[in-house]
Design a protein around this ligand. Structure first.
Ligand code: CO
Length: 499
């Protein structure tokens, strides 16, 4: 073991600790912090962020990396760790401090303005701020650098190694296949099952979620499940994974599927190798790969005919009056009920990806200088009509609905659909490797799937970028076809139609 490596490990341990503290602070802000704590917390978070940035960009780290890059005694894990640390170090040091500060300030203000502009449906007041954010994101992309095109630099922050052109091709295949399926399914669907509009006591939903997450493998001694308005999962440290879900009395599936989704994220985090806990290889391969885990437990498992049939009697123990007369068929149909909706976060499994693809197309056009921020609302509405067949009445249910652009998260949206594409492809592979899950899922037995994911995905950490990891596991490049086949299979089953 070289001296430089040991020194670098010390730095990595320190950074892991700082990230863990920052995560805990973020979790606390969303789950426990009293409303009046906002101002002091914002300053504390900024102070902590500054310290982390300073530690990460310390020139001493650049020197250690340089030394280790010419050291041929390193093993695979060390070599990959140096490579990943170099990426992060370069990215952080290439962007001038002034630009970093301006981006933080601008997105903070843009976010504030957005929280007021959205309910008022007032794009005009938000427009100059978004314009500035986009301008600064262009500067950031240029500072980081890219091989293909500008948007690649932003995409790379969330989906390392993936290019705009690759995503574009995959999404084109997805949309071309998806639109006819959506049209046929929405034509054939029955009225909404009645149990969806009943009221369900939140206390009982909480008990169900706490049971469900543990039932499918979440280690309650190595994490928690709490409540927040926007569900999320965050890693405080090895053995401490925090997930949140949300409960609505008028929407039973919402909490069940938010919990399954976040548990998917949490199981990935709980599956990283312990011996890599302070190394860059010991984390997730990409946000798309992270999302593939959440989508798989939410959809391929949770919304399957067999697993939903397993959950129903368990739910009936808590909601005897509300669900007493509901059959497994009705329940399966209800938790998969599709509709054309304006709001992405309320979209069902069938139409969700159309919401994502149009956001990606808009981002790409902005960063290719083919679209002005001023024209976004109109083009947004056109795209909604083109992809989903509906047109927003106002900008609140149109271009103003997401916080991502105000927050400077351009490049993030595609990871949602990449995750969905990966989830279907990986699930197919697992099913083939293990000879199917139907009987197991009907009994609520999911440990074989988890074991397969631990072996093939979780234990690999970030040794490979997501696309390469998926390609290695699948034996071929991932495409949208398995997702399309899966959706066809599910909806032809529910509505007895040919797709
Ligand atoms: Co997610």
């Amino acid at each position: 073991m070289t001296d430089a490596w040991n020194k670098l490990v010390k730095r990595m341990e320190e950074l892991t600790d700082l990230y863990g503290i920052a995560s805990l602070v973020e979790w606390d802000q969303a789950v426990l912090m009293p409303p009046k704590g906002g101002a002091s917390r914002a300053r504390a978070s900024a102070t902590l962020g500054g310290i982390m940035h300073g530690r990460l960009t310390d020139p001493a780290i650049g020197e250690l990396l340089g030394e280790l890059e010419t050291d041929d005694s390193l093993d695979d894990v060390q070599t990959r760790s140096v490579e990943l640390f170099r990426r992060e170090y370069d990215r952080e040091t290439k962007v001038p401090a002034d630009l970093v500060r301006e981006l933080t300030e601008t997105t903070n203000i843009a976010y504030q303005v957005w929280t007021e502009a959205r309910p008022a449906s007032d794009f005009a007041v938000f427009e100059p701020h978004l314009k500035k954010v986009v301008e600064l994101k262009k500067q950031q992309a240029d500072a980081i650098g890219y091989e293909g095109e500008r948007y690649d630099a932003l995409l790379d922050l969330y989906e390392p190694g993936m290019t705009s052109v690759e995503v574009e091709a995959m999404f084109e295949e997805l949309v071309d296949g998806l639109r006819p399926i959506v049209d046929a399914v929405l034509d054939a669907r029955n009225p909404e099952p009645e149990f969806l509009s009943r009221s369900y006591e939140v206390d009982k939903q909480q008990r169900f979620s706490q049971w469900l997450t543990r039932h499918i493998g979440f280690d309650g001694d190595a994490g928690r499940l709490d409540t927040s308005p926007h569900p999320f999962t965050i890693m405080v440290g090895q053995g401490d994974i925090r997930q949140t879900t949300r409960y609505s009395e008028s929407d039973l599936p919402s909490s069940i599927y938010a919990t399954l989704h976040e548990t998917g994220h949490a199981l990935y985090d709980q599956g990283f190798p312990e011996q890599w806990q302070d190394l860059p290889v010991g984390g997730y391969a990409s946000l798309g790969m992270h999302e593939s885990q959440s989508r798989m437990w939410e959809n391929q498992v949770g919304r399957s005919r067999d697993f939903s049939a397993f959950m129903l009697p368990e739910l009936k123990k808590l909601f005897e009056t509300e669900l007493g007369s509901v059959t497994p068929d009705e329940f399966f149909e209800g938790v998969n009920y599709p509709e054309r909706s304006m709001i992405r976060v309320e979209a069902d499994e069938l139409t969700y990806n159309l919401h994502i693809v149009m956001r990606f197309e808009l981002e790409l056009a902005l960063f290719r200088d083919e679209l002005d921020v001023a024209d976004l609302p109109e083009v947004w509405n056109d795209k909604m009509e083109q992809h989903l067949g509906i047109r927003p009445e106002d900008d609140a249910e149109g271009v103003l609905q997401d916080m991502h652009w105000a927050g400077g998260m351009q490049g993030y949206f595609p990871t949602y659909s990449l995750g969905t594409i990966y989830s279907a492809a990986l699930f197919d592979k697992a099913k083939n490797d293990l000879g199917g899950f139907d009987d197991e899922f009907r009994k609520g037995e999911t440990s074989q799937l988890l074991e397969w994911l631990r072996t093939n995905i979780h234990s690999k950490g970030h040794m490979l970028d997501a696309k390469d990891l998926a390609t290695k596991v699948l034996g071929e490049q991932p495409t949208a076809q398995p997702l399309l086949d899966y959706l066809k299979g599910k909806y032809s089953d529910i509505y007895s139609i040919t797709l």
